[in-house]
Design a protein around this ligand. Sequence first.
Ligand SMILES: Nc1nc2c(ncn2[C@@H]2O[C@H](COP(=O)(O)OP(=O)(O)O)[C@@H](O)[C@H]2O)c(=O)[nH]1
Ligand SMILES: [Mg+2]
Length: 250
Amino acid sequence: MATFPPPGSVVVADWHRYKDSKEYFSKILHKKRRRNFGLLESPVMPPHVAVDTVHYKIFISGKSGVGKTALAARLAGMNIPSMHHETTGIETTVVYWPVKLKESSRVLFFRFQLWDCGENALRRFDHLLPSCKEQVDAVLLLFSFTDRTSFDDLPNQLAKWSEPSVRRVVKMVVGTKFDLFMHCDVAERDIRDFQETWGIPVQRTGGEVTDGLGDVASLLNCLAENLWHQDCITAGSASHHSQQETVTLL
Ligand SMILES: Nc1nc2c(ncn2[C@@H]2O[C@H](COP(=O)(O)OP(=O)(O)O)[C@@H](O)[C@H]2O)c(=O)[nH]1
Ligand SMILES: [Mg+2]
């Protein structure tokens, strides 16, 4: 089973609340709302503040109506569509998020490219899923708090992303429609049991998009933390391999 860093151990949790983050977060805001970035746009820092950007591809997975398109909109700070239209093909959304690494105090911009694809389209066109999976760094597996079957199906979904043919991918579970507690079909206890059994972080989301930072910070920091942690492990094992090779060559 993959190891997940304890929340807040790799990146500074809730950094958006600290004074020293303002300069960075101001670059992803416009008139107190989130700035939308096109594929070729990026936040611009003044020349004396050099900030590296790390790029990741994220696939949003889950059955039709679970809230994939709404989650992509929420993470980008855009309004959530109130009507449900099945997404007809692949839609990508770019989200920038500044992160402060705990150990080095280094600041990085994470650039998440979110891939959202309608379930029917995936079923009808065989080439869509492979292109969503190609070079993917993380998958967000969605379930809805108002739909028990979507929660019960998570082990099946996880199994699909754990096959040996799939390269190392960060897996995170996101429970949507947490605001509809009157219709809640998944208890806190079930979530706790799931986290203990699978060792996979579960995030909750729902409700109106508010100030654009507070309601997405936990999810985006968790994603950044797990991706960075995975990269460190991969880099560590790569340098370990090359050391071994050097020894063999000697
Ligand atoms: N109350 C509430 N409604 C949501 C939430 N997420 C999605 N929805 C609604 O559920 C419906 C389906 O969402 P959508 O994102 O289009 O689902 P998709 O098919 O997985 O892309 C839409 O009417 C959304 O407005 C949420 O967190 N809370
Ligand atoms: Mg959709």
